[in-house]
Design a protein around this ligand. Structure first.
Ligand SMILES: [Zn+2]
Length: 921
């Protein structure tokens, strides 16, 4: 007869190949149709809340690999939490205001803004943002990210804007909002402030001058009459000169040239001497920059004190190390001057012409003033040298004309007023990685006041009115009213309605005796938008709460969203908006280079999904140490695919051997299991423990490692390998066979659950093939809990750990025998094993059918063969078995042919066949 028919060979329709690119979209459609997300929320309602609050990506363009890393990590957490005792709603968000969208419309879509009203243009921006949002939403969903995609939070919605106005109002009420001067990029040709993104660098020819500032009060460091030399390529800023900055840690030299004394950074002296053609000079003394603090010099042509300030922005790249400081015309200048209480001074108007605050130059265009100023300096003997240089200089991208820095009126959030509270709150937050705490702490500690106004169109208006005398008006009443108006009509009305219509009925103010009001036209910094999400989403959204449990973003967000959210939340509530912060690194190519079009090394998530599947992309995310910078390449993805195949094939093997297993009916009591089965269950519990701890600490690489190793080593290379001799060979209902199936079933269910947050498409597919599952989707179940295994104590654990070491010895000896051509297949072996100690001896004798665990045909125990080799724990001799090969189980045995009716099989097989397959004979 054909004994093949008497074998219980594995069978399953679960496909070997994932065919993920084709099957995943169908599965996701089914999740959508069947409302999987809603079902998860329904199931977990009433459990403790766990809020991972989504940082909103900017709604512009296709998603890159960094987006994928970010959203997939979040999905791991949310999926896991809702399977481990929490109610974890996930509401994705989008950041929708800001310059890139304005630019996309004017540049890519060639919209002529001049033909549109502000409100019309803003409506186009809103439409464009929503289009982009739709596109990105589809791309995120295609990664298998589960969330409330139909109800995301969007910063341009009425509700959101209304909440943001409240945050602003609350901060204003506490006195944290003020109007002040700050230098910004200013385009005289456009008569407007420009954002950094609107600046183009082009070459420009400029004068390059050295100027002497005479010391008036040297504070015991410098003699009065000594000259501090500055260098500048913008002589026109000299009328606005209020100080000279020195670096605290640089060494400065007092140089004597003829009868004059000059101050210059020592490192730059040689170059200066060359430029100024000093034939003979002598260093009289040196001093550290910090010691020159508050020395007073004279302005070269105005009757004005020039303060020596200390700032770390000073470099020795060019010039003299003594930086002419005009706080109205430079950002570094502005900040250093601010520390010394020196106010910005800007005698240049919107069009770039000098005002009467710059006597001698009034009405002159700034660029023409270069010559006039240089002449004036020369007249006063302050000009030491003049040449011309060509250098890279910021230009207005629209008019192509040079820009200047110009201090203008801006709105600020006064960080210094609540800095201490922020710093205290940082200590209360849990940081992953730990260095995040220091990074944000230092950033906040060193942070200047936050300039929150922008002279742009596409954003949330700054809800401030002005009285007839120019006094800004922000009251509880105006804030509530504007917030309500925005909630009802959207913020476009700010640009459509007149100020009086935006104010509450009958509003009066002492600043407007005639009842006339105007309104602010600046909008808020987009970081204020997203930074208000704790109010708009955490506070207002049902099923949410402030603070959130986790914020998880790229490490660039210490400067961005982590920072802006913390600032506004502490300002408004006194508390951080998050309990913990997780940051991830950037995605680099396989060689650790940044991805760029020019290098041709850009890997796009959509391509990975199309070529390999979203689960491969997700498995890659799980495999990397995401808290540092991570790498991706085709090679790396191929390795990840290998790992995926190992997981899939091993699970397929288990499914295929469980088709006839009905857990309710066939599960074997734990007490009746053999030691090796209990050992495997114990190993599984161990795995569950490690995996749960790793998920709880957001260590997904360990989750993946542990599961992969368990599958590859414990299961594939050990348990499932020898189990074939039971699963295929024994009768269907044989207790030994049902025992192994019992172990496999529990293992399979546990693995499917533990893998679900990482590869949900695959696990939901597996779930469909598991008999008698507890719920419609794996996502609707709870993670396995590690449990005690009956009759498996510490002694058992040690015993089996030791057995695995003995097994290594045996595997080594078999490998050697194969190399020496003593045997081919391990089933051809007869192995003599002699223990070197009593414990090993006892152990080997105790295990039933120990040859089966070694996958050999026969073992002779505790008989030291004369040709035995010594291994770590045992002496082993391997010889070729002299029996015949059983046609059914492939073991070599002397019993083959003993049963005459079944001449080609062993007696063990013959018994099974006679008892269970007599109908086939
Ligand atoms: Zn057999």
């Amino acid at each position: 007869m054909d004994y093949k028919e008497t074998l219980l060979m594995p069978k399953t329709k679960f496909p070997m190949r994932g065919n993920l690119p084709n099957k995943e979209p169908i599965r996701r459609e089914e999740w959508d149709k069947n409302k999987l997300y809603e079902k998860v929320q329904e199931r977990t309602k009433g459990r403790p809340l766990f809020i991972l609050h989504d940082g909103p990506p900017y709604a512009n363009g296709d998603l890159h690999i960094g987006h994928a890393l970010n959203k997939i990590l979040k999905d791991f957490i949310v999926r896991y939490k809702s399977m481990s005792g929490y109610h974890a709603p996930y509401v994705p968000g989008w950041d929708t205001h800001g310059l890139p969208i304005e630019t996309a419309l004017t540049k890519q879509k060639k919209i002529d803004r001049k033909k549109l009203s502000i409100a019309e243009f803003r409506q186009m921006c809103a439409d464009y943002a929503m289009e982009q949002l739709d596109n990105q939403r589809e791309q995120f969903k295609a990664m298998g990210v589960l969330g409330d995609w139909d109800n995301p939070y969007v910063t341009l919605t009425n509700e959101y804007e209304a909440a943001q106005i409240k945050v602003f109002g609350e901060m204003a009420k506490k006195g944290y909002i003020y109007k002040g001067l700050k230098p910004v990029y200013w385009s005289p040709s456009s008569e407007s402030a420009l954002a950094e993104a609107e600046i183009e660098y082009k070459d420009k020819r400029s004068p390059s001058i050295y100027v002497a500032y005479e010391v008036k009060d040297g504070k015991d460091v410098l003699e009065n009459g000594t000259n501090i030399i500055i260098w500048t390529t913008t002589p026109w800023t000299i009328p606005a000169s209020l100080g000279i900055s020195l670096h605290p840690d640089l060494t400065y030299a007092v140089v004597k040239v003829n009868s004059e004394k000059y101050v210059v950074a020592q490192d730059l002296l040689e170059q200066l001497a060359e430029d100024l053609e000093w034939e003979k000079y002598e260093v009289e003394k040196t001093f550290m920059g910090r010691h020159a603090e508050r020395i007073v010099a004279k302005h070269p042509f105005y009757d004005r004190d020039i303060l020596v300030m200390i700032g770390t922005h000073v470099t020795t790249e060019a010039g003299t190390g003594c930086v002419h400081t005009a706080p109205g015309h430079g950002e570094d200048d502005f900040y250093v001057a601010k520390k010394y209480g020196v106010e910005a001074f800007c005698p240049v108007d919107d069009r770039g012409y000098f005002t009467d605050e710059a006597p001698g130059f009034e009405g002159m265009f700034y660029d023409d003033a270069n010559k006039a100023v240089t002449e004036k300096l020369d007249e006063r003997d302050a000009l030491l040298h003049l040449t011309f240089i060509t250098h890279s200089y910021p230009h207005d991208w629209r008019t192509k004309q040079p820009t200047i820095f110009r201090a203008t009126s801006q709105w600020f959030a006064s960080i210094k007023d609540f800095r201490q509270d922020i710093l205290e709150e940082i200590k209360e937050v849990e940081w992953h990685p730990q260095w995040g705490e220091t990074r944000l702490y230092n950033m906040v500690r060193d942070r200047e006041d936050w300039c929150i106004s922008r002279q742009r169109t596409w954003g949330v208006p700054i809800p401030v009115f002005y009285g007839e005398d120019g006094t800004p008006i922000i009251t509880d009443e105006t804030i509530d009213h504007v917030s309500n108006l925005f909630r009802e009509h959207g913020s476009n009305i700010w640009f459509e309605w007149e100020a009086k219509d935006l104010l509450p009925d009958g509003f009066t103010s002492e600043h407007s005796p005639n009842g006339k009001f105007t309104k602010e036209t600046d909008i808020m910094d987009v970081w204020f938008d997203s930074g208000s999400s704790h109010e708009a989403v955490l506070l207002h959204r049902e099923d949410h709460r402030r603070p959130a449990d986790v914020y998880l973003e790229g490490s660039d967000q210490y400067r961005g969203w982590f920072n802006s959210s913390l600032s506004t939340a502490v300002a408004v509530t006194g508390k951080a908006p998050y309990k913990s912060v997780i940051s991830h690194g950037f995605v680099l190519d396989g060689d650790g280079r940044k991805m760029s079009k020019s290098l041709g090394n850009v890997i796009v998530p959509a391509d990975i999904q199309k070529q390999m599947g979203a689960d491969i992309l997700r498995l890659w995310v799980a495999s990397v140490d995401y808290q540092s910078d991570v790498r991706i390449s085709q090679d790396i993805l191929r390795q990840v695919s290998e790992g995926y195949r190992k997981i899939r094939n091993t699970i397929r093997f288990m499914l295929a051997n469980l088709v006839d297993f009905e857990p309710q009916k066939h599960t074997v009591e734990e007490a009746k299991l053999q030691g090796v089965d209990r050992y495997m269950l114990y190993r599984l519990q161990n795995l569950i423990k490690k995996v749960r701890v790793s998920y709880d600490t957001y260590d997904f690489a360990t989750v993946f490692q542990e599961i992969h190793n368990y599958i590859a080593i414990d299961l594939s290379a050990f348990y499932l390998d020898f189990a074939k001799d039971v699963l295929y060979i024994e009768a269907e209902n044989d207790e030994r066979r049902r025992s192994i199936q019992t172990v496999c079933y529990e293992t399979l269910v546990a693995l499917t659950k533990m893998l679900n947050p990482i590869i949900p498409h695959t696990t939901e597919e597996i779930w469909e093939y598991i008999n008698d599952v507890e719920a419609e989707y794996v996502q609707l179940t709870d993670m396995p809990e590690a449990r005690e295994i009956a009759n498996f104590d510490e002694a058992e654990r040690e015993k089996w750990t030791h057995f695995m070491k003995v097994r290594s010895d045996v595997l080594k000896s078999l490998e050697e025998a194969r190399n020496e051509k003593v045997i081919g297949n391990s089933l051809e072996a007869k192995v003599y094993i002699a223990a070197k100690d009593d414990a090993t001896k006892q152990l080997l004798e105790e295990i039933p059918n120990v040859h089966q665990l070694f996958i050999v045909s026969e073992t002779v125990l505790n008989e030291k063969h004369s040709k035995a080799k010594e291994y770590e724990h045992v002496h082993i001799y391997v010889k070729k078995h002299s029996g015949e090969k059983c046609e059914r189980c492939w073991m070599l045995s002397h019993t083959v042919g003993e049963n005459e009716k079944h001449a080609t099989i062993c007696t063990r097989c013959a018994d099974v066949v006679e008892e269970h397959y007599s109908h086939l004979v």
